[in-house]
Every structure is written in C-alpha cells, then in structure tokens.
Design a protein around this ligand. Structure first.
Ligand SMILES: C[S@@+](CC[C@H](N)C(=O)[O-])C[C@H]1O[C@@H](n2cnc3c(N)ncnc32)[C@H](O)[C@@H]1O
Length: 254
C-alpha cells in the first residue's frame, strides 16, 4: 500500500518549506516557515509555498499540487458536517475542545463555525501553515488557537488540570481509501518525511497519561476499540469510519 502512494513522485518532498508573498504583505501571524525576499530565491527550492493575492499555493517542481482554496472548499461546502453530530454529549456541544491531531484543520474549522472554542494541535509544519492561512484569510471570524507541537508536549503543559474534551483523528496508515485523497497523501508524506510515517503509540500514551472527561476518536470502521475502560462509549458510524466517544468523567485511561 505504502509503495503505491510513494509512486506518485510529485508528492515526495525533502527539505523544509520556504515561502514568498506576491502581494508584499506577510501574514500577521508568524508562520513556521522561512519567508524569502524574491520569487527567484523561492523558486530555487523545488518545494515551496506562494502566497498569492487570494490563495496559498503549494508548488512542487514548478507545478501547483495543492492550494488553500482546494483544501478548504470542503469546509465551505460543509462536507465535514458529521463531526458536529459526533462531538455531541447528551445532545450538546462542548464549549471548548482540543483537536489533538488537527491536520489541515477542516474538522476543527467546522466545529469552530458551530461556536466551539478550539485548541488545534498539529506536529507537522505544512498543515499548520495552511491552517494559519485559513484562519487569517478565509475564516477570520472563528476562534482557533493553533499550536505547532506534538500532542504529548502540549498535554504535558496542561498536566495540572482535567481536560474537558479532546478529539483525535490519527492517520490511518493501513486504510487504502483514506490515502486515495490528495489531502491525506500530503499529510501522510509529511508524516513520513518528518517522523518516519509509522503508526506510533505516542498519541495513545499521551492520552493515557491525563485526566480527560471526554475523548472522541475517529477510527476505521472495523477497528477494535482503543480502550476498554469502565466508561460510557458511544459509537457513531459513517460510511468509511467510526467516531468513538469515551465519557470518562476525569478518570485516567488505562
Ligand atoms: C488524519 S489527519 C487529521 C485531519 C483533520 N481531522 C482535518 O480535518 O484536516 C492526522 C494528523 O495528525 C497529526 N499527528 C499525528 N500524530 C500527532 C501527534 N502525536 N501530535 C500532533 N499531531 C499529530 C498528523 O501530522 C496529521 O496531520
């Protein structure tokens, strides 16, 4: 499976991102990327980002392979709307939530548009840049605090308090279907480039070390439950995946 994805060589990058802004205005938020002065300088890097008048383009060997407009049109079309159903506890939205694997932030944005305050945690640089672009230019009215760091590091800093609600949508390495989408292929390649691309258990370890009241996890439809804890578990099914909500009331996962 992995080989068939890496065969699309246009999506394999090495090295870090550099970016150039055509309009001469840099984003307000500091992005985790090196800004260069001229487009020539930028174009010397085979993989770079171009901040255009009304779009952010991801360029690989001179070709645009993805853009912010393409990425976030699914949010504008409400294609991630099921997350609003999945997140509900006793038919109510939480007031705030940590999205521990934010990715492009499309589900986070869908929840933020419903009025939930979101803390979006993402360890890979590329989706963080896209999400920051979306927050500044496409969805400026939403509240999302973005943290570019691994979830375990973020949770360490919160270790003194009970976490009310956390959502995780890990990459499904074994799922052919999820890797058929360009957005997921890009995240998969970034994960492999930066972190080795193996299903690692640091995410689960991070979750297990904390007092969490509600934990929502997106899983492949037939995946076994991640925790068999003494708690209320609500399963909600979609065509290709399952959202498991563990209501823990502040007990620790084990
Ligand atoms: C399937 S994607 C999430 C997609 C997201 N729900 C969306 O709507 O765009 C999973 C993301 O989790 C990130 N990730 C994996 N392990 C992580 C960790 N330990 N800490 C933070 N982010 C992590 C990956 O880099 C990847 O971008």
């Amino acid at each position: 499976m992995v080989d068939s994805v890496s065969a699309s060589s246009e999506l394999i990058f090495n090295g870090h991102w550099v970016a150039f802004s055509k309009s001469n205005t840099l984003p307000k938020e500091p992005w985790p990327v090196q800004w260069v002065e001229t487009y020539d300088e930028c174009a010397r890097h085979p993989y770079h980002l171009l901040l255009d008048d009304d779009n952010l383009l991801l360029i690989v060997h001179g070709q645009c392979v993805y853009s912010a407009k393409e990425c976030y049109q699914t949010v504008l079309q409400d294609q991630h709307g099921f997350i609003r159903t999945a997140v509900k506890r006793k038919n109510k939205y939480p007031t705030e939530l940590i999205d521990g694997t934010a990715g492009w932030g499309r589900e986070a944005l869908t929840l933020a548009l419903a009025g939930i305050k979101i803390f979006a945690i993402e360890r890979a640089e590329l989706p963080v840049i896209f999400l920051k672009y979306a927050l500044e230019f496409i969805f400026p009215q939403t509240f999302i605090e973005v943290h570019h760091q691994p979830l375990d590091e973020y949770l360490q800093k919160q270790s003194h308090q009970i976490i009310e609600y956390i959502y995780c949508d890990p990459l499904f390495f074994e799922s052919k279907r999820s890797l058929s989408k360009k957005s997921m292929q890009l995240l998969y390649h970034e994960d492999r480039r930066l972190f080795g691309g193996q299903q690692d258990d640091s995410l689960l370890k991070a979750l297990k070390g904390h007092h969490i009241q509600s934990l929502l996890i997106k899983q492949p439809k037939n995946a076994p439950r991640l925790f068999n804890n003494n708690c209320v578990i609500i399963e909600r099914y979609q065509k290709t995946c399952r959202y498991d909500l563990y209501c823990l009331n502040g007990a620790q996962l084990y």
